[in-house]
Design a protein around this ligand. Structure first.
Ligand code: GAR
Length: 200
């Protein structure tokens, strides 16, 4: 079973969905660590309630992104983390962390990328009068929501769609899609290995 760290900055409803999927057996992973850059975020309470260790930091207390990412890497190694799962982590990942976890950092974004990257993707879709939006899960590269796409699911906007109603639709997609895709990614090698065992 792979050790993962979840990075989050806010409420952590996706963090909770992943915790619940692990508990119910739908996701074969061990959540070894929460990394959070906002000391007041509700996700920290969720981690405490689930008995998951948290590394909470304030970026301003470090000289540079390189410096706090080195500290994050130290924490990830300490907890034997193999994959990094961004779930509402509102910070770009820098080269220091990307190099250490190449092709093992994934992110969820509340739009159909490449549409509406960056902050407030839901507000951007409403303001643009979009007919469709949705959720994207992708590998993380050095850009802002630009890495290779792994999965997308779309939802139609009603004529009277509001930011709140779209957020509800998007989050209900996210809470199912992220655990399912993580299960696929984290057990892929094992499935291949099992198939190999069967063939032999
Ligand atoms: C989620 O909708 C996630 O897709 C989004 O932040 C929200 C976090 O909600 N991420 C981004 O916008 C990243 N660019 P949560 O804290 O309730 O999981």
């Amino acid at each position: 079973m792979k050790n993962i760290a979840i990075f989050a900055s806010g409420s952590g409803s996706n963090f909770q969905a992943i915790v619940d999927a692990v508990r119910s057996g739908d996701l074969a992973a061990n959540i070894a660590l929460l990394v959070c850059d906002q000391p007041g975020a509700f996700v920290i309470e969720r981690a405490r309630a689930a008995n998951i260790p948290a590394f909470v930091f304030t970026a301003k207390e470090y000289w540079s992104k390189q410096e706090f990412e080195q500290e994050i890497i130290f924490q990830l190694r300490k907890h034997h983390v193999e994959w990094v799962v961004l779930a509402g982590y509102m910070r770009l990942i820098g080269p220091t962390l990307l190099q250490q976890y190449e092709s093992r950092i994934v992110n969820i974004h509340p739009s159909l990328l490449p549409e509406f990257p960056g902050k407030d993707a839901i507000g951007q879709a409403i303001d643009a009068g979009a007919k469709w939006s949705g959720v994207t899960i992708h590998y993380v590269d050095e850009g802002m929501d630009t890495g290779p796409i792994i999965a997308q699911e779309r939802t139609q906007l009603a004529a009277d769609e509001t930011r709140e109603s779209l957020q509800r639709k998007i989050q209900s997609i996210e809470h199912k899609l992220y655990p399912a895709i993580l299960q696929m990614l984290l057990t892929r090698g094992e499935v291949e290995q099992n198939e190999q065992t069967c063939i032999n």
